[in-house]
Design a protein around this ligand. Sequence first.
Ligand SMILES: Nc1ncnc2c1ncn2[C@@H]1O[C@H](COP(=O)(O)OP(=O)(O)OP(=O)(O)O)[C@@H](O)[C@H]1O
Ligand SMILES: [Mg+2]
Length: 354
Amino acid sequence: MGLNIAVLANLKKNAPHYAGMPSDAWDDLDSDITINAISSALAAAGHRTTFLEGNLTLATELPKLKPDLCFNICEGHWGDSREAHIPSILEMLRIPYTGSGVLTLALTLDKPMTKRVLAFHGLPTPAFQVFELADEPLDPDLRFPLFVKPSREGTGMGVSGESIVRDETELRDRLAGHLARYRQPILVERFIRGREITLGCVGNLTTPVAWRVPFDEAADRITHGLRFLPPLEIDFDAYPASEGGVYTNRMKTEWAHDFHYACPAPLGTGLLAQLQWLTAAVFRVTGCNDVARVDFRLDADDGNKPYILEVNPLPGLYPGLSDLVLEAEGDGMTYNDLINMIVDTTCARCGIAC
Ligand SMILES: Nc1ncnc2c1ncn2[C@@H]1O[C@H](COP(=O)(O)OP(=O)(O)OP(=O)(O)O)[C@@H](O)[C@H]1O
Ligand SMILES: [Mg+2]
């Protein structure tokens, strides 16, 4: 008979405006197209849906609506834990929701903090330094070319061909520009030259060990409970050289309707298994629930060694365009299948009959 589901998101059209706002300020927020697609996918499976903007009114609206479940894709507006705000309200109201919880969403929004967790577990992520001032001395272990990006943004905000810096002058220029524009610490990483693969999964690990990779993991590389979607590779050859062979903000916004990619990406079975295990390991150590997408670069200068760039526990769900949606299609799934698979996964995790 279906569930009563509240679809929660922050729409770009409802986002606040403020003085000095960068033009890409709300590029990670959602559109009516995505909300309508999610709602109709849920309706097709027999659920009743209500869309609510993710803000403080939820504290009064949700107790009236009494949903069985919230489909949460709120990115939030302010602060260094903005993706965790709505889940915090939902936990205070004791309403179950799709996807990861407060701690994971706060952690993974912050790329340097996430990288520290990955490094602690021996998972490969590019060497890095965080800058709060444009003139802090560069760690002598970091060699050019380097890659400069904001610590806490998504949708390629602040990422362009100019993010690759080849000397001190370019580094200082990009740091000053990003610090002024994004008003947050700036992440500088070793630039990984090579192919780029993004790998999504839906499900939950069934083994009891959360938040760590067990010592005997090598013996049995645990991925049970996760359904991996086929890996997607960005086809950089199809883009102008100005993009620098990176997945830029322009490619994710202005040019999103003409995205060039291969899915499944042509990878040998060994490399695919390695990327799947790394995805499961990232999912585990960052404490993800239900769905995530992990972005990798394969180091062309080191035998295609995979490096984890970041984990996205709130992957974009724009129909026909977002990476995770294209990966589901590459697996023969429809948009409706993907959305309902996420809901079914949450129901199983939370013990909700659906
Ligand atoms: N260290 C690096 N070396 C090479 N390329 C990089 C590096 N870091 C980021 N990039 C490039 O910049 C892109 C955006 O980086 P990243 O995935 O960290 O940002 P994002 O804006 O959070 O992405 P998303 O849209 O997936 O949320 C990557 O997809 C990749 O092409
Ligand atoms: Mg990314």
